[in-house]
Design a protein around this ligand. Structure first.
Ligand SMILES: *[C@@H]1O[C@H](CO)[C@@H](O)[C@H](O)[C@H]1NC(C)=O
Ligand SMILES: *[C@@H]1O[C@H](CO)[C@@H](O)[C@H](O)[C@H]1NC(C)=O
Ligand SMILES: *[C@@H]1O[C@H](CO)[C@@H](O)[C@H](O)[C@H]1NC(C)=O
Ligand SMILES: *[C@@H]1O[C@H](CO)[C@@H](O)[C@H](O)[C@H]1NC(C)=O
Ligand SMILES: *[C@@H]1O[C@H](CO)[C@@H](O)[C@H](O)[C@H]1NC(C)=O
Ligand SMILES: *[C@@H]1O[C@H](CO)[C@@H](O)[C@H](O)[C@H]1NC(C)=O
Ligand SMILES: *[C@@H]1O[C@H](CO)[C@@H](O)[C@H](O)[C@H]1NC(C)=O
Length: 356
């Protein structure tokens, strides 16, 4: 209780106006880019509930794989919520009415993805958890019709698939997928499984859904370190095959499913603009993270209790894989309001989705 009060207090200090949010709830699915603590009690190296994680977050480490807030935290603020969307692992009672965060570090579309790291909550498991919450909503909203009505106004965001590459396809010592499937076949397979999960979500009330494309994972510091200081363009082109299929997935949902309002967020388009205007955004360091990692162990996360760089807002990356709060904020702005570039979202931005 005391912690929740403190968070609200700090939120107000940050200048947020407390008013009715634009939508009644916000549900979040995905991987470490959106996880807000769901892995804290799992046995896994995909865990970030220790310093220096959270050094810039009100209240310190939470399990977010970041120094501060992530893109979905900013989106919750832009939508007008007066609190962060609680993680499924600790959500209680009526808190579910404003939405739940199911995202899990290391998770993928494929169930086996991320096993090399340890425990994680795969997308199919996240969807099972979501269905359990929809059942509970009946208790608060009365009947199925009122739950359906309520959920049809809510925003859903899903960013997943990156681990199906970096913690599956590109780890041939652990996973056979790169021997079984060509890059094109693998992208098709992932999209098929993704589409199945999205259909279940749709059947359980998700109508306004933002599908967030994958980062250029060939440009994360860990890969750059192995590629003579430049992005690994072959990784980017393989991952690009998955992204390229998302706009038509969005089209087919919007065309074939009654009331569906899906959108695609082109994260690479936002990244390309940042890359071209680094100085305007205040970034000075692009190829190494802000905190210290131990590459000799293959560990990509910050060393516990290590002292991170002084000025986090000059860095694109926080650790060897995950963006800083500064980069998350730019992603969130582009997703929410794409009026500066029509390439950021398709067919509308999250703000447009909220208003529909
Ligand atoms: C469901 O609940 C709403 C709001 O309480 C009510 O207006 C409606 O008649 C109920 N519908 C059914 C089928 O029970
Ligand atoms: C890029 O990544 C692929 C897949 O992991 C790897 O085989 C290749 O050697 C990398 N390229 C460079 C230049 O490091
Ligand atoms: C990386 O740089 C080294 C030394 O400059 C060079 O020998 C090697 O071919 C380069 N590797 C790649 C994948 O570009
Ligand atoms: C994303 O945007 C980039 C840059 O504007 C563009 O080249 C790419 O085709 C877009 N990707 C998709 C899947 O629309
Ligand atoms: C940190 O970096 C930002 C962006 O480059 C800059 O605007 C700011 O003045 C820096 N802060 C400090 C304390 O150096
Ligand atoms: C990094 O890992 C290696 C191998 O486990 C270990 O010997 C070394 O002390 C570690 N370095 C730091 C800074 O923790
Ligand atoms: C959206 O962003 C543009 C600048 O890119 C700004 O001019 C506009 O006011 C923003 N719109 C809203 C509704 O926030």
């Amino acid at each position: 209780m005391r912690k929740r009060g403190l968070l609200l207090f700090v939120w107000n200090l940050l200048g947020m106006v407390v008013a009715e949010p634009q939508v009644p709830c916000f549900f979040i699915f995905g991987d470490s880019l959106s996880d807000s603590g769901n892995n804290n009690n799992l046995v896994t190296s995909a865990r970030a509930n220790y310093p220096p994680y959270g050094i810039d977050f009100p209240g310190g480490p939470t399990g977010r794989f970041c120094n501060g807030r992530t893109a979905v935290d900013f989106i919750a603020q832009f939508l007008g919520f007066d609190h962060f969307i609680p993680p499924y692992s600790s959500v209680r009672g009526r808190e579910i009415l404003s939405g739940v965060n199911y995202a899990s570090g290391g998770a993928g579309i494929r169930d086996e993805t991320g096993q090399n790291l340890g425990g994680r909550i795969s997308l199919s498991r996240q969807v099972v958890n979501y269905r359990a919450v929809v059942e509970q909503l009946k208790r608060y909203l009365g009947n199925e019709t009122s739950v359906t009505n309520y959920l049809s106004k809510c925003i859903y965001s899903i960013g997943i698939g990156g681990n199906d590459y970096i913690n599956n396809y590109f780890l041939p010592a652990f996973y056979p997928t790169s021997r079984l499937y060509s890059p094109q076949q693998y992208a098709t397979l992932l999209i098929q499984q993704y589409s199945e999960q999205l259909k279940i979500m749709y059947n359980y009330g998700a109508k306004k859904v933002a599908l967030i494309g994958l980062l250029d994972v060939g440009c994360i510091p860990r890969e750059v370190a192995h590629s003579n200081g430049t992005c690994n363009s072959s990784i980017n082109s393989v991952v690009g095959l998955f992204n390229a299929k998302l706009p038509s997935l969005v089209d087919s949902f919007n065309k074939n499913l009654y009331g569906a309002k899906f959108i695609f967020v082109n994260i690479s388009a936002i990244s390309n603009d940042i890359e071209r205007n680094l100085q305007a955004y205040g970034f000075m360091v692009t190829n190494t993270g802000c905190c210290s990692v131990n590459r000799s162990t293959g560990e990509e996360k910050c060393l516990p209790f290590g002292i991170p760089c002084q000025n986090r807002s000059q860095h694109i990356f926080w650790d060897d894989v995950h963006p800083t709060e500064a980069l998350h904020l730019i992603y969130a702005r582009g997703m929410y309001n794409s009026s500066s570039s029509s390439t950021y979202t398709y067919p509308v931005d999250i703000q447009g989705l909220a208003q529909q």
